[in-house]
Structures are given as C-alpha cells and as structure tokens.
Design a protein around this ligand. Structure first.
Ligand SMILES: *Cc1c(COP(=O)(O)O)cnc(C)c1O
Length: 393
C-alpha cells in the first residue's frame, strides 16, 4: 500500500513510499551494488526503462529511492536525487546547466567551496560567473547576460545570513527563461520551500539540518519538473555522485525528527541572539528573528521560522573572537551546522579561508564575523558558556 502525502511531521516520519511487505517499520538497508534480473528479457526491460526493477546501485537503490521521495514530498518537487555530499549536489546542478561559453549569476556570499569551484575550476571550462548581492533585486536583473544559463542563490546566505527574495528573483529569471536554483541548506524544507516560491531546483547539504546528528555527509537535488529531473539524474549517474544505501538509511532516520529539532533549536537561537544583542562586548548580531536584521520583513514572508544560525561580531574584532572561541567549553569549536549540538566557528579563517580577499570583502565575510549554530541543548547552558567566555574577552 502506498502511503499518501500528509502534513510535514507525518510525511517526515512515514514518507510517501510503500510499507515494507515483511513488516519492517524502518526502511530496510539494501546494501548491494547490483540486483538480479528474473530473466534476460527482464534485464533488457529494466535497461530500456520499461520495467521499474532495480539494476545497479549507482543508478538506483530501494533504500535511497524511499529517502529521495520523502524529501521531494517535503519540498513539493518532482523527485529527489540523493548524492554523496552537498558539494556533489552543487556540482550536479552546475554540470547539468552550464557548458563552455555559458554564464551563471550567483549571490556574492555562497558556501566557500560553491564559489571557489566556479572561480577555480569552471572558469577553466569556459564558464563565466558573476557574483552580486542578490538581496538587491536590481543587481540580479543587471547581471543577466544573453548567455546566462543559471541563477544560483543561497538564502539565508552562509555566513552573512543575508536574505534574497526568491519569488521576485524567480519572476525576473522566468521572463528571461533562466532556471533558478536555491541552496536551501540553512532552512531545510521545514522553514522554506523555494519551489513553491517559483524556483526550479532546490538543493541541500544533508550533512546539516536534514540529517542533524553530525554522523554523515550527504546532499540532495530536487527539481520541480520531470524534464529537469531526467537531466540532473543523468549527471548524477554518469559522474558517479550517488549516495550509499547505508548513508541513506542514517539520514532517513534524521528526517523523522527534522521539524521538532528545528522548533527547539530556533527557540533557543532567538534567546541567544537576544542575549548577544544586549551584551556590551558585542558590536553587531545578524539573525533573521531580530528586528535589526536588514531583511527582517522578507524573512518573515518567505521563511516559516528564523532558523538557528547566528552571525555576530565582537567589539575587539578578530582577536576578541579568537579569545571567545578559545574559551567556550560547552559549545563545540567546529565547522558544520544544523546539528543537535551547538557549534562555533570563524568563517574568515575556517570555512571561507580559501576565498580571495576581494571575494571575502564583496561577500561581507569580515574578519570579526563569528558564526554560531545553535543546537537543542538547554539555552541556559549555552548562554552560561558564552557568558564565561565573554568575561575573558
Ligand atoms: C555545508 C554546505 C554545503 C556543502 O555541503 P557538504 O555536505 O559539506 O558537501 C553547501 N551549501 C551550504 C549552504 C552548506 O552549508
């Protein structure tokens, strides 16, 4: 019996696949590289796409399929394409839509490697990129060229928490027949559904909120149409970006609690953002849930919550930030985000350190910026830890 799509939490738990015929409540792990055919004719039918039997795990696998269908249902997309990492998801999209002589328009603050790979590798393939602050709509319209083949956004952007208007940008893009892809990692499908706002493709680093337990790396691409799905799936299969069945099993387990983890983490994050905002040693705080956020109203309109990533700067700049990071004991000093544990890091010397000075300046990644990913612990414990570390600054 196929399970019908229900509300967010129900679909996260039950998915939209078939119940296991042997009664397993969790999706079984089909840890196999290849699948047997019933006959030579059946094998030929599978390859011809006339039968939906499985062939080979790089092409498709039941554990991965169930996971992909679940995330696609949560994002209101056609289907999902699960891959080995968030960067594999980014590259699946770039390799599908861009070729020699093409041009891409991106937000000027992207996840470090997403920008880095365009500036270092795709440029060698004859692909030109323009990075603009897409929070200002006119910048997007002005950056479009006759050879623009993709608009790539991150909103909220990593690590500046800048918010771009997905609906308005998608309207401009569709007038020009350009697909829009949104890296929705910071929100997960629980807080934002870019396809409903007019985007064509959404992608996630599963490593972050969707898995949420800091124990796997993974990615997924979800297009709105079958036509885009077929093109993206071809890239995934033939570049060998596929996910592993055991990885799919672990992240599928993470999905079941996605909404309740985010509810708790963002409730914590607002308390911590307010605490930092009122602290005399803090120069500025960027969090979508604070009225001081420059796109507070837009965030309210397009996101269903404020998330749990906070950026802030201390009055003493980088040195003060270093002192703080060296004195937290409960919050973990580590990159990544979106997990159940609170993490702190310094983008300019860590996640975004490989970017050129110009890229950092234009992207707003200042030396004093410290990024916090708030987990689901007791908010008092997080604040006490920050309080003690701030005393050393
Ligand atoms: C982490 C991250 C990625 C890359 O994902 P990996 O799973 O580390 O490859 C891409 N985009 C954003 C916004 C991220 O935070």
């Amino acid at each position: 019996m196929k399970i019908s799509k229900k509300g967010f939490h129900s679909t996260s738990v039950h998915g939209v696949g078939e119940r296991d015929p042997l009664g397993s409540v969790t999706t079984p792990i089909y840890q196999t590289s290849t699948f047997s055919f019933e006959s030579a004719e059946h094998g030929a039918e599978c390859f011809a796409g006339e039968s939906d039997g499985f062939i080979y795990t790089r092409i498709g696998n039941p554990t991965i399929d169930e996971f992909e269908a679940t995330i696609a249902a949560l994002e209101n997309g056609y289907n999902g394409i699960a891959v080995s990492s968030g960067m594999a998801a980014v590259n699946t999209v770039f390799l599908t839509y861009l070729g020699s002589g093409d041009h891409i328009v991106c937000h000027n603050t992207l996840y470090g490697p997403s920008r880095g790979v365009l500036e270092k590798t795709y440029v060698k393939l004859g692909i030109e990129s323009t990075f603009v602050d897409t929070a200002k709509i006119n910048n997007v319209a002005n950056a479009i060229q006759p050879n623009t083949k993709l608009i790539f956004l991150e909103t909220p952007a990593n690590p500046t928490i800048s918010i771009s208007d997905i609906e308005a940008i998608s309207k401009i893009a569709s007038k020009n027949n350009i697909p829009v892809c949104v890296d929705n990692t910071f929100c997960s499908p629980y807080l934002q559904n870019p396809l409903d706002l007019g985007a064509d493709i959404v992608l996630h680093s599963l490593t972050k909120f969707i898995n949420g337990h800091a124990d796997i790396v993974g990615g997924i691409v979800i297009p709105k149409t079958k036509e885009d799905y077929d093109k993206l799936n071809y890239t995934m299969i033939n570049f060998g970006f596929n996910m592993d069945p055991h990885q799919a099993f672990l992240v599928r387990r993470g999905v079941k609690t996605l909404g309740i983890r985010i509810d708790r983490a963002q409730e914590n994050a607002l308390k911590i953002a307010e605490y930092l905002d009122s602290h005399p040693k803090v120069e500025w705080v960027k969090y979508p849930g604070l009225k001081s956020h420059p796109q507070y109203e837009l965030g309210k309109k397009q996101m269903k919550g404020s998330g749990s990533i906070i950026s802030f700067g201390l009055k003493g700049g980088l040195n003060a930030g270093r002192t703080l990071m060296n004195h937290v004991k409960f919050i973990i000093l580590a990159v990544s985000l979106g997990g159940i544990e609170s993490l702190i890091q310094h983008p300019a010397s860590m996640t975004h350190s490989k970017l050129s000075k110009e890229a950092k300046v234009s992207g707003g990644i200042s030396d004093e910026l410290v990024r916090l990913s708030i987990g689901i612990e007791e908010p008092e414990d997080i604040i006490t830890d920050l309080e003690k570390a701030l005393e050393k600054v």
